[in-house]
Design a protein around this ligand. Sequence first.
Ligand code: C2E
Ligand code: CA
Ligand code: CA
Length: 396
Amino acid sequence: MPTVDRVLVIDDDKVVGDIVSAAAHAMGLECVATKDATTYLSLIPSATTLILLDLMMPNMDGIEVLRLLGEQQCRARIVLMSGMDKRVIEIAEKLAHTLGLSVVGHLQKPFPVTELKLVLEANTKGEAPAALAARPLIAIPDEELLLAFERGEFVLYYQPQISIATGKVTGVEALSRWQHPVQGLIFPDRFIARTEALGLMDKLCWLSADCGLGEMELFAADDGTMLRLSLNASVHTLRDLQFPDILMGLATKHNFPPDKIIVEITETGLIHELSRTLDVLTRLRMKRIQLSIDDFGTGYAMMRQLQNVPATELKIDKSLIENLQVNDSDRVMVEKIIEMGHELHLEVMAEGVKTQAQFDLLREMGCDGAQGYLFSPPLSAAELVDWLAAYSHRNP
Ligand code: C2E
Ligand code: CA
Ligand code: CA
């Protein structure tokens, strides 16, 4: 039985949905348009051949949709649409590629209908999609997770961090990925909770530290200057009095300067465990290892306690950055965090920076560093080496 091509449009702008639908129907294609990315899952019929995806949407942005599609091993072809500059689309394409998705092109808004028709024609005609759409995520059995530790299936991806004042890359955050032999690359949201439940977060932390510290020399500048390395640590791991010594041991093993290691702990974790971790935090600082409070601004409670924590950096949570320009209270919150951080002599890093406008506003506010898809998604070590070369070429 011949498969009817189905096109799915995900765009918060209804006009775009209407235009694509009209063009698709005129060509005898089925087309569904949705304005709300959060409902897109239920709209992906099994024979979706082509997805036209807007990168900037208010509820769930296109990047997150890509990630979900990747996790579902979606085989439909994808065309990215955006009014943003080409570099953002390129980064998104690269991300989609690392997720195993097939991005076949992009449409720079506003696009002429002729261009749209060409895209529809080239990507639908007669071919049935290879395999299909939304498969529910299956929980990964604990035995497989345990095996992953035994077999060493975890890898690190690195996301560059940029100095807002100089535009230079100052460091990278290491983020764990599970290279599953069958399912491909699995993101932390699918394994961290179980890893925690199995009491293996310490193990993951030490694997990451050892691997990350070992790979840092790949990213060194020509003159040998090392970038900083941010490592995520669970607050439970920090309860271990040996933590500073073990980390120092790894830094020595890899000949990496301890003052370029930043241990990130979440604000909420820290609030609950402050009294039990303060000695370890202080000892870390005495060894010149830096300390960042991650996801800052979500817990609120930390504000008052902040002066008692020997932190060196505040990392503003991405949820606050996301709505920086639309939500007044988030903007004020970000402003206050930067102000307060500076009063306490802390560096302030913004995560989840996706647009040039957000970056410009953060610069006006005096924020020190930025990390986010505007520059790059997390990359494998080999990809980061290429990215760094291209970036320094563009920003000499
Ligand atoms: P996190 O520490 O807050 O890391 C930032 C997350 O935001 C990363 O997700 C990153 O891929 C994502 N991200 C980066 N840029 C953007 C952007 O512009 N927009 C948006 N919306 N997101 C962006 P990822 O890699 O999936 O990691 C999720 C969380 O898992 C991390 O959140 C961290 O808490 C945890 N994690 C990852 N690796 C490790 C690890 O080795 N140890 C521990 N303890 N936790 C880890
Ligand atoms: Ca982090
Ligand atoms: Ca964070």
